[in-house]
Design a protein around this ligand. Sequence first.
Ligand code: C5P
Length: 225
Amino acid sequence: PSVGIIVVAAGSGTRLGRNVPKAFVEVGGRSILSRSIDSIRRISEPVELVVVVPADLVGATSTHLSDTPHVVVAGGATRQQSVAAGLEVLSDAVDLVLVHDAARAFTPVDVFERVIAAVRSGAGAIGVIPGLPVTDTIKGRDADGVVQQTIDRSRLTAVQTPQGFPRALLAEAYARAGEDVTDDAELVQQLGHPVHVVPGDERSFKITNPHDLERAEELAAPGAR
Ligand code: C5P
């Protein structure tokens, strides 16, 4: 089966406190978007790459992707709309889709390969997400800040990307999608399909706030990886 990867990079990233969209912020002299495809380039089989960016940056995007073949498309107001825009331009040859946040720029290549392998082992019927154990104690609280309960963290997983799906399953999920959700697996779950967790990686953290940018600078430093 042929793999397509949709990298969503159309967010504004206001929490970073910069005045360019997050994926275009530079870390160690290269944009987050450019870094996010380093691992994708190293996947051991050919993949079709679709990059979703803010509409006004469609023309400028290719300079961030050097010689990697790709299709660029304008994103939407929400992440879900951006993924939908990416899905529309995948070629007919693709039957396994990975959706990845550009903001998780340091995701190692083995996470991509693990997700692809797990989707294949599910024979077209499962979604796959990378996740990590939750290390903090998690409590539920009410609107006044009063703790309601402690949640058993052994049953929790902190979810990352790339999330992988048989194309038909993801396309069906998006065709029937309602409210905006924060991850693609939620839409697939809503259809009643199983979603499996495979091990994620600490380096797949999502660059979100200024502290994350400092951590990213450290990882981007020569010799850090
Ligand atoms: O905002 P957040 O960091 O959760 O976004 C996760 C990913 O989704 C980022 O890579 C961001 O660029 C992308 N995104 C998008 N279109 C949006 C919002 C977010 O492509 N409208």
